[in-house]
Design a protein around this ligand. Structure first.
Ligand SMILES: CCCCCCCC/C=C\CCCCCCCCCCCCCCCC(=O)SCCNC(=O)CCNC(=O)[C@H](O)C(C)(C)COP(=O)(O)OP(=O)(O)OC[C@H]1O[C@@H](n2cnc3c(N)ncnc32)[C@H](O)[C@@H]1OP(=O)(O)O
Ligand SMILES: Cc1cc2nc3c(=O)[nH]c(=O)nc-3n(C[C@H](O)[C@H](O)[C@H](O)COP(=O)(O)OP(=O)(O)OC[C@H]3O[C@@H](n4cnc5c(N)ncnc54)[C@H](O)[C@@H]3O)c2cc1C
Length: 662
């Protein structure tokens, strides 16, 4: 065993808090940490899950290996009796080392849609076979022509009362289903979102369970054209697919009928809310917030550990080259991202709790909080994925040239994560959904209605009107988190008002509601961004009040201050324009941020250690726990397929003959 790198040892010795205490807090409790580690070690010590390096495999080999692992995973989950969704998720993440995999859509969207939208009879019919993987399904909504504007999807499901069947068709090229994960080769069923026609009338989008491949031979069924859409930027393990349906008949019982129903005679019963069909998307958006935290915390772990062992350049003449983590500029790149990773971890937990709480109410027939849930999930999904996406790239570049190597782990994290900005609702579109809710709330508050939840600050519109700086004492105390939360709240209130007034101004020019909306999109997206930023800062601050360990409290308080102050510098125009800050305060903030970087520096490695990614999960030579970066990078390079022979065959085929001709 190689000795631990001395730099990284020293970092750990210098930490001011106990990493295990913080890990337990992040997991929820010591028992939860124990159980997560137990599940992870089941995978790590399982010879069936020892894998070849995917960087040295073709796409087909990667898909093959992923299907093999997924199949073994299902057997083993059964053997170990793991059925809690959160535990399945731990196990799955570990088996696939953070990569997306062919069964993601089955586990994440097919099963979830069944659970939330199937009637009790349909659950009896479909859930157990799906749970046992006889039915392998995907979620087929997006078409070549439309991903965002789903009301315009063109696939049709027309009810035929004479046979009590639906007839499914993709009537145009643009109506071909395109993108669903696991659709190309893996699935034998799809939940297809299609326009429902019955008795000559269209009732909009509904979900249908459509068998697409024979359960015995796995051949496509008659009327079904299905395949893989080809190589992508990442997602190599996933067979994102296309699907064209031509007069495919399914029984009436295959329309998901928990809410909307079609009677045998073709009469249609409306659902209590037509947005319930969109419920699975809300679930995944809520989950993605936690994924943002994971992708960013992994990237920070790699970049910060590497920065602790990497020495470069000269800080003071004649002295040894410093650890690159000692450069203020390096700290300024990485520590705000570390703070964001912590913030998003707490926001992810909140989003998951909120989703489960409100869906509990929905299941009891109370739909009143659905709009807020939708707005929160859409906005926070966009806000956190945008930050994490940009942050992963900052971490990669902070590792210099070695960050560009696949063995750094950072390219894989990036290509796997970046589509979260697009899928499950393109981010700008999601921000505009949140803005729609905010503007509505703003108007309600102005009409005197009392708002609750995350928008309750809009109740206080008069009090929240920011005053010119000269006419009142300074609003922000830059050393006080509560005061910073208040400033973010005021900024959000201001930007929601700016957006609402922009709309109002446009409407006064007698243009249509839709054009007014389009002409105000910039203000609307900024309002959502400010609202989400406020929610994140508020949740981070609220989390601190739950922490009893003083050492952990102190270090997280420093991170929360850094997160809030750094966000102000990035958006200083808003804070200045709203009269929430003075120009002299801006330079005080810069000084305060510098002091916070110094405070965080001795704890930086311990703070990433607390995320508790074991080396197998991190899969990064730069982020190794023992810091032995160069040795393992050299070993990895030697395994490159180009190095299998001392002289590559291309030399004999092209170079040598060329030489004799010249
Ligand atoms: C034994 C125990 C068993 C347990 C088993 C459990 C099963 C789980 C097991 C294990 C778990 C293991 C976990 C595995 C995890 C796997 C990982 C999963 C990875 C998933 C990877 C995902 C890949 C990506 C998939 C996709 O991308 S799917 C496609 C997504 N597509 C979109 O998101 C489309 C985006 N577009 C839209 O959402 C909408 O069209 C729009 C843009 C919102 C439309 O807006 P518009 O206003 O034009 O439309 P309208 O439809 O007219 O809306 C008007 C009003 O409705 C409101 N609205 C809109 N959307 C919603 C919504 N979703 N909810 C509520 N309300 C909504 C809107 O705000 C308007 O309101 P109004 O009041 O203002 O009128
Ligand atoms: C890796 C991956 C996996 C996927 N998996 C699935 C899956 O399993 N199942 C599935 O059904 N789909 C899946 N999708 C599809 C995905 O959900 C869509 O790509 C996504 O919803 C965005 O839609 P779009 O591609 O039509 O983008 P578009 O809507 O065409 O977006 C293009 C641009 O137009 C802008 N734009 C569009 N509408 C508006 C508007 N109203 N206002 C302002 N700007 C606008 C957007 O902001 C964006 O900049 C997947 C996609 C990817 C990349």
């Amino acid at each position: 065993l190689a000795a631990m790198n001395p730099d990284i040892c020293r970092e750990r010795e210098n930490a001011t808090f106990n990493t295990e205490t913080l890990t337990n807090m992040l997991d929820g409790s010591a028992e939860k940490t124990r159980r997560r580690r137990e599940i992870e070690s089941l995978v790590i010590n399982d010879p069936d899950f020892q894998h070849d390096d995917p960087n040295f495999m073709s796409r087909s080999e990667r898909y093959d290996a992923a299907v093999k692992k997924s199949s073994q995973m299902i057997m083993k989950l059964r053997d170990y009796g793991i059925s809690d969704p959160e535990e399945i998720y731990f196990y799955k993440r570990c088996v696939h080392r953070g990569f997306s995999e062919p069964l993601d859509l089955h586990l994440g969207m097919f099963l979830t849609t069944l659970l939330n939208q199937a009637s009790p009879t349909q659950l009896d019919t479909f859930f157990t076979p799906a749970w046992n993987l006889e039915i392998v399904g995907t979620y087929a909504q997006t078409e070549l022509g439309h991903g965002t504007h789903i009301r315009k999807l063109e696939t049709t499901a027309t009810y035929d009362p004479s046979t009590q069947e639906f007839v499914l068709n993709c009537p145009t090229v643009s109506s071909i289903k395109w993108w669903p994960g696991g659709l190309g080769k893996t699935s034998n069923h799809a939940i297809v979102l299609a326009q429902l026609y019955t008795l000559g009338k269209c009732h909009g989008l509904h979900a249908f369970i459509v068998p697409i491949r024979c359960m015995k031979t796995h051949q496509p069924l008659p009327g079904v054209t299905v395949g893989d859409i080809g190589p992508k930027f990442g997602f190599e393990e996933v067979d994102n697919g296309y699907l064209k349906l031509e007069n495919v008949r399914i029984p009436r019982e295959n329309m998901l009928m928990k809410y909307a129903q079609v009677e045998p005679d073709g009469s249609y019963l409306k659902p209590p809310s037509d947005k319930l069909t969109y419920g699975t998307m809300v679930f995944i958006r809520a989950m993605i917030v936690g994924e943002s935290a994971r992708a960013l915390s992994k990237s920070c772990t790699i970049a910060i550990r590497y920065s602790a062992v990497r020495h470069q350049s000269e800080l003071r003449p004649g002295e040894p080259e410093p650890q690159i983590l000692d450069y203020q500029a390096q700290q300024y790149k990485l520590f705000p991202l570390l703070a964001a990773a912590y913030a998003f971890t707490f926001v992810g937990q909140y989003m998951s709790d909120t989703y489960h709480r409100i869906t509990g109410h929905i299941n009891q027939g109370d739909f009143s909080q659905l709009p807020e849930l939708h707005a929160l999930a859409a906005g926070l999904k966009a806000f956190t994925t945008w930050t994490a996406n940009a942050g992963i790239e900052v971490c990669r570049m902070a590792c210099g040239g070695h960050g560009y190597l696949c063995c750094s782990g950072l390219p894989d994290i990036y290509v796997t994560f970046t589509p979260t900005c697009t899928y499950e609702g393109e981010n700008t579109v999601m921000m505009l959904q949140t803005a729609r809710f905010l503007v509505k709330c703003y108007r309600q508050a102005r009409e005197g209605q009392q708002l609750s939840g995350t928008v309750s600050y809009l109740n206080e519109q008069q009090r929240l009107q920011p005053q010119p700086v000269s006419s009142r004492p300074t609003v922000v105390n830059i050393n006080d988190l509560a005061s910073l939360v208040e400033a973010y709240k005021l900024r959000a209130a201001k930007l929601v008002e700016v957006a609402a007034k922009s709309l109002q101004g446009e409407l006064q020019r007698s243009i249509s509601q839709e054009d007014a909306w389009n002409n105000s999109s910039i203000e609307l997206v900024r309002a959502s961004d400010a609202h989400c930023h406020y929610v994140v800062v508020e949740l981070f601050a609220a989390k601190l009040s739950e922490i009893s360990d003083t050492a952990v409290h102190s270090v997280l308080n420093t991170l929360a201050l850094l997160y809030a102050l750094h966000g102000i510098t990035l958006n200083s125009g808003d804070f200045l324009q709203a009269g929430l800050l003075s120009v002299p305060q801006l330079s005080q903030i810069t000084q305060r941020i510098k002091a916070l970087l110094v405070e965080i520096r001795p704890n930086a490695v311990a703070l990433v250690d607390s995320f508790d990614y074991n080396d197998e999960m991190l899969n990064s030579v730069l982020g190794r726990y023992d810091g032995n970066v160069y040795e393992s990078m050299f070993e990895w390079a030697k395994r490159s397929p180009l190095n299998r022979t001392e002289v590559h065959e291309s030399y004999y085929k092209y170079m040598k003959p060329l030489r004799s001709k010249l």
